[in-house]
Design a protein around this ligand. Structure first.
Ligand SMILES: Nc1nc2c(ncn2[C@@H]2O[C@H](COP(=O)(O)OP(=O)(O)OP(=O)(O)O)[C@@H](O)[C@H]2O)c(=O)[nH]1
Ligand SMILES: [Mg+2]
Length: 431
């Protein structure tokens, strides 16, 4: 989930990670299939396989949704279930594309796909407009830190290529995105099925000056997370490495700030302080390790450090908490029950947990936070979480790694919620 923090690269120059979001059947997979097809990313054998799968599915011609819908159940039901990742490159840019499911039952998978995205492509059936699920997806993307949207007003062929239909989508989306503090929104009228304005400019919509979807994606800013990783060094310990000659080192991925030999650190939640004597990778010692790099460090003192502990910069440590406020996206099929015990996974640590109270719930239609004592399937809400082992947490706004967690059902082992420490976005809505 970690991306390199720091200055935003010049628009158009960097790798762009994008996720398709929006309601079921609005055309996300067809749009990505069209994009890959028209940018010539598909090999002849893939095209042949697509054609025969489409024939088997009773489709006249090629069903472009099959480019990403690879599972048999997906093709049979005509819906996306799991996130499909595809790579594409044009002379101007490289893309990693996460094609997410729109069906409400698979909202959790959508959140997984969107969690690593710089930008979301919101696909909206222009003959219908924004549905509740479209709004829910945009809210979840905003919570996860996606700041840039490209809106595809799709099925313009069915909308009679009507400018008004596109403008209506644009206006609705502008108001939602504005409320959620998302920074860039471009709306492109497209027909994913026919290919209009995806890669090739449409001849059917002379009222639209451009850009095409591909142009918009090539020009979009990358690295949405200015604060991602934060300034303070964070290293969740993944493994303790015991050396034959004695001594130990600690391996993990730098998840914020940078680490250098000589840095003063604190091991949390215990709170013992020490100094780094070395920072290395497989290739040897380093002067400095930036965020996202997997490293092994040694300490000056022989402290008791184990998997799940967090090595943090001593001057800017995170809070160590047994209870904290968090925003939850509740994905289970049954409502959240405060009496229930869960397991909570935060960085490399798993701890027993329960929800102390539910304070408010986001109405995704009105974007109002309403007081509540209940969270139902696919609700987004603000809760107080209590954990068995104290956790070193940062607000999600400042660190995506140490500020996020997942909630696991003890009995079924299913992930029932994605959590963000604090109230990203929602704080703005409260005001
Ligand atoms: N007429 C028309 N039909 C389209 C267009 N785009 C998609 N469709 C059709 O809409 C249906 C759903 O398309 P998908 O691409 O599977 O939709 P999706 O958003 O990926 O659906 P999920 O992944 O299940 O949420 C298919 O029958 C497509 O052929 C379009 O531009 N025009
Ligand atoms: Mg799909």
């Amino acid at each position: 989930m970690t991306r390199t923090p720091g200055a935003e690269p010049a628009p158009g120059s960097a790798l762009l990670r994008l996720a398709t979001i929006g309601s079921v059947d609005d055309g996300k997979s067809t749009l990505i299939g069209r994009l890959l097809h028209d940018t010539k990313q598909l090999f002849d054998d893939q095209l042949d396989a697509l054609a025969s799968a489409s024939r088997r599915g009773g489709v006249d011609g090629v069903d472009l949704a099959f480019v990403t819908d690879g599972l048999r159940a997906e093709r049979e039901q005509g819906i996306t279930i799991d996130v499909a990742y595809r790579y594409a490159s044009t002379p101007r840019r490289k893309f990693v594309i996460a094609d997410c499911p729109g069906h409400v039952q698979y909202t959790r998978n959508m959140a997984t796909g969107a969690s690593t995205a710089d930008l979301a492509v919101v696909v909206v059936d222009a003959t219908v407009g924004l549905r509740k699920q479209t709004r829910r997806h945009v809210c979840i993307a905003a919570l996860l830190g996606v700041r840039h949207l490209v809106v595809a007003a799709n099925k313009m062929d069915l909308a009679g290529w009507d400018e008004g239909a596109c403008r209506a989508v644009e206006q609705e989306m502008d108001s939602v995105a504005g409320r959620l503090g998302m920074s860039t929104v471009t709306t492109v009228p497209v027909s994913a099925l026919r290919g209009d304005n995806v890669v090739e400019a449409s001849i059917h919509m002379p009222w639209y000056p451009g850009p095409t979807l591909l142009d918009a994606l090539e020009q979009a800013p990358a690295g949405a997370w200015a604060l991602e990783g934060g300034d303070g060094g964070r290293l969740p310990v993944q493994w303790v490495v015991r050396h034959p000659g004695g001594g130990r080192s600690y391996a993990g991925m730098v998840s914020g700030g940078t680490f250098r030999p000589g840095d003063e650190i604190v091991v949390l939640p215990g709170g013992r302080r020490s100094r780094l004597t070395s920072v290395e990778t497989f290739d040897g010692p380093l002067e400095e390790a930036p965020s996202s790099m997997s490293v092994t460090v040694r300490l000056d003192d022989d402290l008791d450090v184990s998997r799940g502990d967090l090595i943090a910069a001593a001057e800017t440590p995170p809070d160590v908490r047994r209870e904290f406020e968090a925003t939850l996206c509740w994905f289970a099929e049954t409502p959240l029950d405060t009496g229930r015990r869960f397991r909570l996974k935060h960085t490399t640590r798993v701890t027993p947990a329960h929800i102390v109270s539910m304070d408010s719930r986001l109405d995704v239609e009105s974007l109002e936070l309403e007081p509540t004592g209940a969270l139902g399937p696919n609700d987004i809400g603000v809760v107080i979480v209590a954990v068995g082992t104290p956790l070193a947490v940062d607000p999600y706004r400042t660190n995506q790694v140490t500020g996020s967690f997942v909630v696991i059902d003890e009995q079924t082992n299913a992930t029932v919620a994605a959590g963000m420490v604090g109230t990203p976005i929602l704080a703005a809505l409260r005001g």
